[in-house]
Design a protein. Structure first.
Length: 156
């Protein structure tokens, strides 16, 4: 899991504003969170590797019940293996097959080759979420700065 910490400039003024106008503050910060998540999602869609396109289709940003928090997720079962990589491992077939019906591991297109196991070399990590967050940081800062300014201006 990747955790991102964002340093908020003007936090003291924001706390004072929060006491004076809590609804407006929550509204503005909620919009900043939503905009930030959409920005990261859009960058993730460009950064994610394409093989079948399923990984990109599975990237979503469900909003949490508390409006000041959100998540970015990739729903495909193999997305963690793509993002974090995998160690070398042995793949064994569920069945070797039986006479006249090839089973095991082999080339599915040609049906040639039945193996008892395959030594998979592992995969290198492709940290597309981390890259997309790094590329989105300036925009995220702008979203939160704008939200804080909107709150301060609404109180004055």
């Amino acid at each position: 899991m990747v955790k991102v910490n964002i340093k908020v400039i003007g936090l003291k003024t924001l706390r004072e504003s929060l006491q004076k106008a809590p609804e407006r503050t929550v509204y503005e910060l909620s919009n900043a969170v939503k905009s930030s998540l959409n920005e990261i999602r859009n960058k993730s869609l460009r950064e994610a590797p394409i093989k079948s396109g399923d990984l990109r289709k599975g990237i979503s940003t469900p909003m949490m019940k508390t409006r000041l928090r959100g998540e970015l997720e990739a729903k495909e079962p193999y997305s963690a293996a793509v993002h974090e990589g995998s160690r070398p491992h042995i793949i064994r077939p569920k069945s070797i097959g039986y006479r006249g019906h090839p089973g095991g591991l082999g080339n599915r297109k040609t049906g040639f080759g039945v193996y008892n196991m395959v030594h998979h070399p592992g995969t290198k990590p492709n940290k597309f979420f981390v890259r997309s967050i790094e590329k989105s940081m300036s925009a995220i800062e702008q979203f939160f700065n704008r939200a804080i300014q909107n709150v301060i201006n609404s109180i004055k």
